[in-house]
Design a protein around this ligand. Structure first.
Ligand code: ADP
Ligand code: MG
Length: 613
């Protein structure tokens, strides 16, 4: 009789577990930092080389381990943090699965050195690919030092998925920053290839935030302190003057654990409805505390997701706490008319539960993708990127809906040969500072001046780009921008490409970037916002995409920033210039965002409206 089934040896099960917990150097660092915090450390230093691929070292001043515990800690499911089944329902530590150390040790050359304060000497254990090679006494300060070298040396498939050292360093930086924001009472440092990326002393939250999101952003933060139904919400949030193009400066924690949770994000964005534009995100650090039994953190091995027992209550508590602050603040006197009660009310009860279920489904369908939920209220996580990319995906010269001079359009026989269509229009005037009204034979032509200018700018940028590079303008005073570490890594990675589209961006230590030149067309407007948008656009590309694949999307972003929005009176010379430029443009009748540029109403249609027919 043949035997097909065997219980796997632990070296293999650990490697399998590592597949879930250890995705990249940043995930190793997240696990090790959590262990240091659980051990009561107040000073932690992180050192990496080659993005963490060659070396990760974490040194803490926590309570350390005895020799016996140190050996046990490397066994699977060995933990000091829970003992019984019921402990799982009230987890107060960051770790509890007892998987991280054996998993990491199974896919690296691993060294654990640890000493309890009461012991005269420490213990050093060397593990290679999951096999203990050496155990010996060592001299060291109380605490723990974990060294991980040659991560994934024995799992070539994983190794292939690692990105450039800059990209991995960026992820490590973000991970350390999330911990730094969550624990202002802990001193932290991060050194990468001998360069100090972050060093923070013990302090309080506002100072920490300034270090994580930049002083200029931290200046515009407002304190939140709310409590409802046993749920407390504390932290700092930004008003409308400090926004970002991505969710990267939203630090949200549940019981001290950094999470990217759909319920939390939705509640936040609901509170900001009408305060900030769509596609903009606040800067904030929000600490949501609830009784441990109310939240299940054992949903995913990396614990970035949680499950709430009472989702609607948590949602309402967050939204209410934020709205209280946002409503008190002066800018809200400009808030647009409140929406009708039916839609303005936060969703509650059954309806809300259904939405959450739908959202959960949506995210299940897209593992590892940013949430793209479909809440039917005014907020959707996806910004207009979809539209931009859809528009960008079209070959620029393709006549999507080019104004066909077929039946309704009867070109004026005199002008049509010498002039283009738009220049040949008889200008009636401007409507509402946003639209140009023209006549073309028996048609009323309405042009969205914003969409038209954007399209013109986009085509000019394309021409410049193809001819060697987008025209750039030096800034009199270079601007300093704070990014997240992974965003700053993108700037480094794409520096030369960004120069081709008019940006001169230089890394300036940590996650700071200096902008010294911008595309000329957009330099007069809010260029800093443009830089943020461009970097967010690059971040959304994912790591594998090539810069050139996204060029249309990027150029349309620049175009979008180059034009004046909203009410903007034009004189007849400016209108003529725009119409002429439209003719010179390889012009598809939609703006790069896919919105129509012009709309024609025929005499017949007008006659119908006035019941003349
Ligand atoms: P978990 O954190 O889920 O318990 P780990 O595999 O991450 O599992 O760690 C196993 C155990 O090793 C922990 O429960 C803890 O007792 C001990 N440990 C790990 N890192 C440290 C550290 N830096 N200082 C003290 N003890 C540690
Ligand atoms: Mg742990």
């Amino acid at each position: 009789m043949s035997q097909r089934i065997a219980i796997l040896p632990e070296t293999i099960t650990n490697k399998i577990a590592a597949g879930e917990v250890v995705e990249r150097p940043a995930s190793v660092i997240k696990e090790l930092l959590e262990n240091s915090l659980d051990a009561g450390a107040t000073d932690i230093s992180v050192e990496i080389a080659a993005g963490g691929r060659r070396l990760i070292r974490i040194t803490d001043n926590g309570h350390g381990m005895s020799r016996e515990d140190a050996l046990l800690s490397l066994e699977r499911h060995a933990t000091s943090k829970i003992r019984t089944d019921s402990d799982l329902d009230g987890i107060l530590t960051l770790g509890f699965r007892g998987e991280a150390l054996p998993s990491i040790a199974s896919v690296s050359r691993f060294r654990l050195a640890t000493r309890e304060a009461g012991n005269l000497e420490g213990t050093e254990i060397v593990v290679e690919g999951g096999r203990v090679r050496d155990v010996k006494a060592c001299g060291m300060a109380p605490g723990t030092v974990i060294t991980v070298e040659q991560l994934f040396f024995n799992t070539p498939a994983r190794l292939k998925f690692l990105r450039s050292a800059e990209t991995e360093t960026g992820h490590v930086g973000d991970t350390v920053a999330r911990v730094a924001v969550s624990r202002p009472d802990v001193a932290l440092s991060l050194v990468s290839d001998g360069r100090e990326l972050l060093r923070v002393q013990r302090s309080e939250l506002r100072r920490r935030m300034a270090q994580a999101v930049g002083r200029e952003a931290a200046g515009g933060l407002h304190e939140v302190a709310g409590s409802e139904g046993g749920i407390t919400v504390n932290g700092f949030i930004s008003g409308p003057s400090v926004v970002r193009s991505a969710t990267s400066a939203m630090f949200t924690y549940i019981n001290g654990r950094f999470v990217r949770d759909k319920v939390v994000q939705h509640a936040i964005m609901q509170a900001y409805r009408g305060v900030i534009d769509r596609g903009r995100y606040p800067v904030l650090a929000l600490f949501i505390e609830l009784p441990p039994g109310e939240v299940d953190v054992n949903v995913h091995p990396t614990k970035h997701e949680v499950r709430f027992r009472r989702q609607a209550t948590v949602h309402d508590a967050i939204q209410t706490a934020l709205e209280e602050v946002l409503r008190r603040s002066p800018w809200l006197t400009h808030r647009p008319e409140p929406e009708p009660a039916a839609t303005a009310m936060p969703p509650t009860g059954q309806a809300y539960r259904e939405r959450i279920a739908a959202a959960a489904q949506a995210s299940l369908a897209l593992p590892g993708r940013p949430a793209r939920t479909s809440y039917p209220t005014s907020y959707a996580f996806a910004d207009n990127k979809g539209a931009v990319q859809a528009a960008a995906a079209l070959p620029p010269a393709a006549s999507v809906s080019v104004r066909e001079p077929a039946e309704p359009f009867q070109p004026d026989p005199v002008t049509a040969e010498s002039m283009g269509y738009f220049s040949s229009l008889a200008i009636i005037g401007q409507f509402h500072g946003e639209y140009i009204l023209c006549q073309s034979g028996a048609e009323l032509v309405i042009i969205d001046q914003h969409a038209a200018s954007e399209r013109v700018a986009y085509q000019r940028l394309r021409r410049q780009f193809l001819a060697g590079g987008v025209e750039s303008q030096r800034l009199l005073f270079p601007e300093t921008l704070e990014f997240t570490f992974s965003e700053a890594a993108l700037v480094v990675r794409f520096r030369d490409d960004l120069a081709r589209i008019g940006f001169e961006l230089e890394p300036f230590g940590g996650a700071t970037v200096i902008a010294s030149a911008l595309p000329r067309v957009a330099a007069g407007n809010d260029g800093i916002r443009l830089v943020r948008d461009i970097v967010a656009e690059l971040a959304a590309l994912g790591t594998s995409a090539a810069f050139n694949d996204s060029i249309d999307g990027l150029l349309s972003r620049i175009a979008c920033h180059s034009v004046v929005r909203g009410f903007h009176p034009l004189d007849s010379r400016q209108i003529n210039e725009l119409l002429q430029a439209m003719d010179e443009t390889d012009f598809a009748a939609s703006c790069p965002h896919g919105r129509p540029v012009s709309h024609t109403i025929t005499l017949g249609e007008l006659e119908k409206i006035f019941k003349r027919t």
